[in-house]
Design a protein around this ligand. Structure first.
Ligand SMILES: *Cc1c(COP(=O)(O)O)cnc(C)c1O
Length: 404
């Protein structure tokens, strides 16, 4: 059992008011809030040991380097990576995906195929389209079902000897569907195709074990798991990362530089050109430790209670339809009310202090499938409460009356 009152006290932002009402923050799928433990870690860095890493012999630089590399170890253990150099710091999920897509430009030929799913965030679609344009490879799409799940039977028919790479998300940010990634990876591997999993939406709720999954690449953003914005991680199997060329050139990623020829540093530095988000990386490690202090199993169980309760209460509102009804879901509810525009609902509930997301959630293909312009999305975290869900239900009812 989680002590929610104690947990809420860790998040100073939760005690502010919005439009005269206590803030109810239900936009966790877009970014999560930051606990004092992580804020303190950031302040401590800038107050005591702000310095560039891996370069100076002076004390501050060594302290910053130690803290940054300690964070890499925390993240390595969290994902159960085999080697610490398989953890590449990035600016976030989007950066991680682009790094791999860019590397694949030199690995694909005309006639090769890559497979994406209809459930993806735009950041797991557009880089691959760019890759296909550059290489002449073909992009194939796993269709989705009415419940908002991947059509696994269709995937079985799509994957073939021509498939080089498959990329799907672990959890859909628009619908909350948890995808059967282990099966997806296994099948791709029987054809020697690599798999990249976009873990941005899963990471705050599910502790992925990259070795058990046997996944080739797994990408996340810190800001969805109680860390700061502008930092994330690309996990890649050592052999996979070694065959990818560097993404950006610059300092930190080299071994020897002459004008005739430059040789590159080994992993992970080959992919970490320039001064990174040092403080962000350190704070990301602290955020993961914080989540472990609470416990991933406890988080998943409590969030599921919130999901079940909110689903049941929202469905009592006449004309309300929930999109994404897969049995395996994280705590995300995408909904619309017949005859009303999601934007109008979002605006009214904000007047009552409640933050929800409205729109296509960077997943236009899903909206096209349902033939809707967008949805209202309420996404819950372990610091939310059933009372807050009651507030949302009341606010949505009020919006319905006002907009009728
Ligand atoms: C948030 C999100 C992204 C993008 O993450 P950034 O931090 O903006 O790079 C990609 N995929 C999914 C599933 C997401 O939820």
């Amino acid at each position: 059992m989680l002590d929610i009152a104690k947990i809420r006290a860790d998040f100073p932002i939760l005690s502010r008011k919005v439009n005269g009402h206590p803030l109810v923050y239900f936009d966790n799928a877009a970014t999560s809030q930051t606990p004092t433990q992580v804020i303190d870690c950031i302040v401590n860095y800038y107050q005591h040991y702000n310095a560039n890493i891996h370069r100076g012999v002076h004390t501050l630089s060594q302290e910053a380097t130690d803290a940054y590399e300690y964070a890499r170890d925390v993240i390595c253990r969290h994902f159960n990576a085999k080697h610490r150099e398989e953890i590449i710091f990035t600016s976030g999920t989007t950066h991680g995906i682009n790094l791999v897509a860019n590397g694949y430009v030199s690995l694909l030929n005309k006639g090769d195929e890559v497979i994406v799913s209809a459930l993806e965030h735009h950041s797991n679609i557009v880089p691959w389209q760019m890759l296909c344009e550059k290489t002449g490879a073909k992009l194939k799409v796993i269709p989705m079902t009415d419940a908002g799940e991947l059509d696994y039977a269709a995937y079985k028919n799509l994957v073939s000897e021509n498939t080089k790479l498959v990329f799907v998300n672990h959890v859909s940010n628009a619908l909350g569907t948890i995808n059967p990634i282990k099966e997806i990876i296994e099948l791709a591997h029987t054809y020697n195709a690599e798999v990249l999993i976009d873990g941005a939406q899963a990471a705050p709720h599910i502790q992925a074990d990259v070795q058990a999954l046997d996944v080739d690449y797994y990408v996340v953003s810190a800001h969805k798991m109680c860390g700061p914005t502008g930092v994330g991680v690309l996990y890649g199997k050592k052999a996979s990362l070694e065959k990818l060329p560097p993404y950006q050139g610059g300092g930190e990623m080299i071994d020897q530089v002459t004008f005739e020829k430059t040789t590159y540093a080994g992993l992970p530095h080959k992919f970490e050109a320039g001064t990174p988000n040092i403080c962000g990386g350190i704070a990301f490690g602290r955020a993961i430790e914080y989540l472990h202090e609470i416990g991933f199993d406890e988080i998943a169980q409590y969030e599921d209670e919130l999901l079940q309760y909110a689903t049941q209460e929202l469905l009592k509102i006449e004309g309300l339809k929930i999109y994404g009804t897969a049995p395996e879901k994280t705590a995300v509810i995408s909904f619309n009310i017949e005859g009303l525009h999601p934007y109008d609902i979002g605006t009214i509930v904000d007047k009552l202090g409640i933050a929800v997301r409205t729109g296509h959630h960077c997943a236009q293909p899903i909206m096209d499938y349902y033939k809707i312009p967008g949805t209202v999305r309420a996404s819950f975290s372990f610091y939310n409460t059933k009372e807050e869900i009651d507030d949302l239900v009341k606010a949505v009812k009020r919006a319905k009356i006002m907009l009728a």
